[in-house]
Design a protein. Structure first.
Ligand SMILES: Nc1ncnc2c1ncn2[C@@H]1O[C@H](COP(=O)(O)OP(=O)(O)OP(=O)(O)O)[C@@H](O)[C@H]1O
Ligand SMILES: [Mg+2]
Length: 284
């Protein structure tokens, strides 16, 4: 199993209860969207999976990636660094080193299995460079490899960040609102690339999104958070505007405004049904 989360709660120091009793199982090679209004806990959850943030110290709380413990009972595992090597990140605010060329940014994905001095010196073997160039070709920005990262468009920077997770060999890719700052065309491109690396390589992708129509189009499974709680976990095909309104009330308009959801059919499943199934009713 790619990701297993049990009994996870998170209070911040200011008392904010950001995540409430999260229990999730995500299988190998799934493509899952994490949706929810601003402040619902999406980034907090992804940071905890990445082992960057500790859960509340409560017995039974657990996060495992590929069967390896990231944190348990609110304590991050001592060998978390080696587990992090299997997890790739793509953030809304592109996390590339601006002044370095794209190729070097992508190669940084390999640092975890290089002697430190080679990484620091910026020396990479021709084999490593060819792996990185292949990754850049796959995400469609091979011609940008020598440019400084700061000169790429937002969409190109996100593709470079995805290339880095490929070079890293990440089995689990966490993307936190990777398309929030992008125009519709670049957004589609980035979502298509994430979908391709899931389908073709069998990587697991968990992507947080504001845009519910994107979640439905590209992700067969959707997990919806509301105020730190999972209020829906199921097929995106069943996530209708009616259900979203039941889950989110007035906040649903934040998701649905400008959404093409109402007029287009997703590619990977039949027309959304209007059914309000029992499991969803329970989830809500
Ligand atoms: N370090 C922190 N200290 C205190 N509160 C925090 C901290 N980080 C997040 N929070 C709070 O936890 C809640 C969840 O925040 P989070 O960033 O996970 O939401 P989000 O779903 O990612 O929102 P957005 O869509 O705006 O990115 C918010 O109320 C936020 O203010
Ligand atoms: Mg966030």
């Amino acid at each position: 199993m790619a990701l297993r989360i049990e009994k996870l709660d998170k209070h911040f120091a200011n008392g904010k209860h950001a995540l409430r009793d999260i229990n999730l199982h995500i299988g190998d090679s799934e493509m899952v969207a994490l949706i929810g209004a601003s402040g619902s806990g999406k980034s907090t959850l992804l940071r905890m999976v990445a082992g960057l943030l500790e859960a509340d110290a409560a017995a039974g709380s657990l996060i495992e990636v590929n069967g390896l413990c990231v944190q348990r009972d609110g304590r991050i595992a001592s060998d978390v660094r080696s587990i992090r090597a299997q997890v790739g990140f793509v953030f809304q605010q592109f996390n590339l080193v601006d002044r370095l060329p794209v190729l070097v940014n992508v190669l940084v994905g390999r640092l975890h299995d290089m002697p430190w001095w080679r990484g620091v010196m910026g020396w990479f073997s021709s084999h490593e460079r060819s792996i990185a160039l292949d990754a850049l070709e796959r995400v469609g920005i091979l011609d940008c490899h020598a440019q400084r990262a700061s000169t790429l468009s937002g969409g190109q920077q996100q593709r470079a960040a995805i290339a880095r997770t490929l070079v890293q060999g990440a089995k689990l890719v966490l993307a936190d609102e990777p398309i929030a700052s992008l125009d519709p065309e670049s957004s589609r491109k980035v979502m298509e690339i994430l979908s391709t690396i899931q389908r073709e390589d069998g990587r697991t992708v968990v992507v947080s999104l504001h845009q519910v129509d994107m979640a439905i189009r590209y992700c067969p499974r959707v997990i919806a958070l509301n105020q730190g709680q999972v209020v829906y976990d199921g097929p995106s095909a069943q996530l209708t505007p009616e259900l979203l309104r039941q889950l989110y009330g007035m906040q649903a308009d934040e998701f649905l405004s400008g959404s093409e959801l109402l007029s287009t059919q997703p590619e990977h499943h039949p027309a959304p049904t209007l059914a309000w199934s029992t499991s969803m009713a329970q989830a809500a």
